[in-house]
Write a protein that binds this ligand. Structure first.
Ligand SMILES: *[C@@H]1O[C@H](CO)[C@@H](O)[C@H](O)[C@H]1NC(C)=O
Ligand SMILES: *[C@@H]1O[C@H](CO)[C@@H](O)[C@H](O)[C@H]1NC(C)=O
Ligand SMILES: *[C@@H]1O[C@H](CO)[C@@H](O)[C@H](O)[C@H]1NC(C)=O
Length: 226
């Protein structure tokens, strides 16, 4: 059995040799195929403006959990990167330091979980603003997911929001929709989302049909308007 000291030394040597790209870092290629500009956001990762056709390659170290990537729309920032977005705003910062506000379509992931697997999903639990694809690009893992329906145009009147379609929790704030107690099922509003994007989370406990896995060290792409 390796002693703690040996493990520490091994770790030290790895860091010294490979720098911050140590062990199973993943690259996320974030692409804007929308005909309009979006301001991509990542937690962790920050954010940047992506005009039509532009790509942002983001490296994330392994072991990151609860991470997400999303698009912001209708943003204006000043020279110091402060301002506001119509959807997905993260405290008025170009370089996000936390999550964004609904409505925003989410690419969620947790790298390097048990059994050496990454877990990833598209979630509409915080509403929908921009169509999205989230797919592996390496490692022989080829099950990607997409949510491309015209959700904004068909949004139920109660959920309509400037630039997007809200989730019912944001609007009604009840446990039935927010699931703070941890017990909830599908609702007529979650059915609206599930019918249009069967592979995406439509309510907080929608795990069974909405969670996907790839082996750790897979790279991914997130495409807005695929
Ligand atoms: C991300 O990782 C790739 C592969 O290790 C490397 O080629 C690239 O330079 C890295 N990019 C950044 C911005 O660190
Ligand atoms: C940018 O906006 C912020 C918030 O409104 C303000 O405090 C800051 O002074 C502005 N910076 C510039 C360079 O205009
Ligand atoms: C869901 O049900 C509520 C009340 O039961 C109703 O007000 C609402 O319009 C329904 N929404 C949809 C999308 O069917």
């Amino acid at each position: 059995m390796m002693s703690f000291r040996n493990i520490s030394m091994y770790y030290f040597v790895c860091v010294a040799v490979h720098g911050i790209t140590l062990a199973n870092a993943a690259t996320f290629s974030i692409q804007n195929n929308c005909p309009y500009t979006v301001w991509a956001a990542a937690a962790p990762g920050g954010g940047r403006q992506l005009d039509h056709g532009q790509v942002w390659d983001l490296n994330v170290s392994s072991g990151v959990g609860g991470a997400r990537i999303w698009a912001r729309t209708g943003c204006e920032f000043n020279e110091s990167g402060q301002g506001k977005c119509q959807t997905g705003d993260c405290g008025g910062l170009l370089q996000c330091q936390g999550y964004g506000l609904p409505p925003n379509t989410l690419a969620e992931y947790t790298l390097n979980q048990f059994d050496g697997m990454d877990f990833f999903d598209i979630s509409l639990v915080d509403g929908f603003n921009v169509p999205m694809e989230f797919s592996p690009t390496s490692g022989g893992c080829n099950r990607g997911i997409k949510c491309t329906s015209q959700i904004v145009g068909q949004c139920p009147s109660e959920l309509q929001a400037p630039g997007g379609c809200n989730n019912p929790c944001t609007v009604f704030k009840t446990d039935e929709y927010c699931c703070n107690s941890g017990k909830c099922g599908p609702t007529n509003f979650s059915s609206f989302f599930k019918e249009r994007c069967p592979d995406a989370y439509s309510y907080p406990k929608d795990d069974e049909t909405s969670t996907f896995t790839c082996p750790t060290a897979t790279n991914y792409k997130v495409v807005f308007c695929p």
